[in-house]
Design a binder for this molecule. Structure first.
Ligand code: ADE
Ligand code: ZN
Length: 338
């Protein structure tokens, strides 16, 4: 990639809509928090841990992701994790971030829900003040656990509802179809939460359709397997349901074997509203600009298409119309002078 293209992507104002805060936990912080909390680790050094980040599939990754996340114990830990992500995102000119968190992964280890959300929340508020980066939080249910547990964590989160814009569905996809959580999502929608779900990452295109039909999601996270079903692709395009695509994640987890074969280009060309995101950047080798760069390189995307991706990131966000208009004006000004 030319230095000019690198700078163009760097300066492009963008939103990030698919990032797991626990997936931003860098190996250095794993060791720092393990030290602070007197937790013992399976790996002996930062280098050994990073070397273990070679995943054969989603489950292989999730095993390390939950293991790494177990060093997060206190409100301060969640604050520091979130602050570090926001600084990285701001450096990539992310202007707005919609961030997933997995409370069941923490409350199940005895960490109070309040410690998780208070720590994240304090960092988000500070980030808005001193980095100018706005944010929203999305509570994810772990789909490989049962419906009752999801309902219980939802009830525990309700008193903090003014800090949470939506609910999502993540963790091991195969064998855990969206319909397993129809009632939890019904309840969450009734309480005013915006629904999203991971679907069509490792699971089939049918899970994408099921997330639309059963969970009535406003966005699909990943959704790349939709390319296997032309009728579904048409439906996504016609309904303007956005996909939050994570190219480097898909490469690292074997969802696609070469970036040049990634479905993102075909989806864009079919008129689907596609956005580019980092998913779990500490594990997959890059934050959001690395994802834009990988796609640019694989498909030789021009400035116009990259601008379209950034525009989609704001349009697909949960910001209101006036906030979107401000970001889109900033983006247009950038494109006009870049
Ligand atoms: N949790 C964190 N990252 C995830 C991913 N890529 N898919 C499913 N669950 C996840
Ligand atoms: Zn994800």
């Amino acid at each position: 990639m030319s230095a000019a293209m690198f700078r163009f992507i760097q300066g492009l104002p963008k939103a990030e809509l698919h990032v797991h805060i626990e997936g931003t936990l860098e190996p250095e912080m794993v060791f720092a928090l393990a030290d602070r909390n007197r937790v013992s680790l399976a790996h002996t050094s930062v280098e050994a841990l990073r070397a273990a980040y070679a995943f054969k599939d989603l489950q292989d990754f999730l095993d390390l992701y939950y293991q790494g996340g177990a060093v997060l114990r206190t409100e301060e830990d969640f604050h520091d994790l979130t602050r570090a992500y926001l600084e990285r995102a701001a450096a990539d000119n992310v202007r707005h971030a919609e961030i997933f968190f997995d409370p069941q992964a923490h409350t199940g280890r005895g960490v109070p829900f309040a410690a998780v959300i208070d720590g994240i929340w304090a960092a988000l508020r500070a980030g808005e003040r001193d980095l100018g980066l706005t944010s929203r939080l999305i509570l994810c249910f772990l789909r490989d656990r049962d419906e009752a547990e999801a309902m219980a964590i939802f009830e525990e989160a309700l008193p903090y509802g003014d800090r949470i814009i939506g609910v999502g569905l993540d963790s091991a996809e195969t064998g855990h179809p969206p319909a397993k959580f129809t009632r939890v999502f019904e309840r969450a929608r009734a309480e005013g939460f915006l629904p999203v779900a991971h679907a069509g990452e490792e699971g089939p295109a049918a899970y994408v359709a099921e997330a639309l039909d059963e969970l009535q999601v406003a966005r699909i996270d990943h959704g790349v397997r939709a390319v296997d079903d032309p009728v579904l692709v048409r439906r996504l395009a016609d309904s303007r349901i956005p996909l939050t695509v994570c190219p480097l994640s898909n490469l690292k987890l074997g969802v696609c074997d070469r970036m040049e074969k990634h479905p993102i280009r075909a989806l864009m060309q079919a008129g689907v509203m596609v956005t580019v995101n980092s998913d779990d950047p500490a594990y997959f080798g890059g934050y959001v600009n690395a994802n834009y760069s990988a796609v640019q390189k694989a498909f030789d995307l021009g400035r116009e298409e990259l601008g379209d991706l950034a525009r989609a990131s704001f349009n697909a966000s949960f910001l209101d119309a006036a906030e979107k208009a401000l970001h889109l004006a900033e983006l247009d000004a950038y494109l006009a002078q870049a």
